[in-house]
Design a protein around this ligand. Structure first.
Ligand SMILES: C[S@@+](CC[C@H](N)C(=O)[O-])C[C@H]1O[C@@H](n2cnc3c(N)ncnc32)[C@H](O)[C@@H]1O
Length: 271
């Protein structure tokens, strides 16, 4: 597997417990697997699999699945969940999505939910996805759009992130642009044919604004890292802005929180 242990981005994603966020979008994974028409025995790769929500959805459809991510703490959760569900047709590998440790044309299907879009080197991850997908195979992506709620949330995170966290080859092209057809066409070009593309809504809930803010600043690796790296005053402003963002986007009058976020559910065929 690719050596990633000294990568500060890996350390960022290993902070907190990502399952608290991922569990709010289980339906996204299930719908993506359906849109991809997964079949029994197909070989499936889940890129930047996190706690394995999409890998497990694919394994429940009897595919032979590999999930890869560089966060060892998320992979530990993924493995426990696979064991709990007695799914022996899924494996989890620690590695870098920018240099996938698989041979060319290995997988019938390559999937990623809110994963590939946040890999720092966007061109590298696209090259790798195309390389490991068999000609004629499918690529299925669920990508947050730049719109509300999560698109606005990621913009706020970027506004507060210190410079060293934003060092990517294309800092002017944030990952949420993967939630637009134009950016996907630019990235994947003639190597794919779009089979389906659907704008969907995903809902996130919390018992209170406090629960959402505390859960995010305590469990979402990049948010935890931002707070560690900025001074106290800026940190307080970041938390206050997060709170205001949630209050502004809350679809209900409270005390609970219901947030709606748009995402693109995209299936492409590898030429
Ligand atoms: C927003 S989370 C999504 C996780 C999961 N796909 C889901 O739907 O819950 C993004 C994931 O990308 C992973 N990631 C980011 N950059 C990566 C890279 N270069 N190589 C491997 N994993 C990466 C992070 O560790 C994190 O688990």
């Amino acid at each position: 597997m690719t050596e990633t242990s000294s990568d500060p981005r890996k350390q960022t994603w290993e902070r907190g417990d990502y399952s608290t966020a991922a569990d709010q979008s289980l339906l996204v994974s299930e719908l993506l697997c359906e849109a991809a028409h997964l079949r029994a025995n197909e070989s499936v790769l889940d890129v930047a699999c996190g706690t394995g929500v999409t890998s497990l959805a694919a394994a429940r459809r009897l595919a032979d699945v590999v999930g890869i991510d560089f966060s060892s703490s998320s992979l530990e959760i993924a493995r426990k969940r696979a064991a709990f569900e007695q799914l022996s047709n899924v494996d989890f590998h620690e590695g870098n999505a920018e240099a996938l440790p698989y041979q060319d044309a290995t997988f019938d299907v390559v999937l990623s939910t809110f994963g590939a879009q946040f890999v720092g080197d966007q061109n590298a991850v696209v090259t790798e996805i195309l390389r490991v997908c068999k000609p004629g195979g499918r690529i299925g992506l669920a990508n947050w759009t730049p719109g509300p709620f999560f698109g606005h949330f990621f913009k706020l995170m970027a506004d507060y992130a210190p410079k060293q966290m934003k060092k990517t080859p294309t800092p002017e092209l944030p990952g949420v642009l993967w939630g637009t057809r134009e950016r996907l066409e630019e990235l994947f070009g003639d190597a794919v044919q779009f089979t389906s593309i659907e704008l969907r809504t995903s809902r996130t809930r919390a018992r209170s604004v406090d629960e959402w803010v505390d859960g995010t600043t305590g469990n979402l690796g990049p948010a935890v890292t931002i707070l560690e790296q900025i001074d106290e005053e800026l940190g307080a402003a970041f938390v206050a802005d997060l709170r205001a963002l949630v209050e502004d986007h809350n679809m209900v009058s409270g005390p609970d929180v219901l947030l709606e976020s748009t995402y693109l559910d995209v299936i492409m065929r590898r030429r």
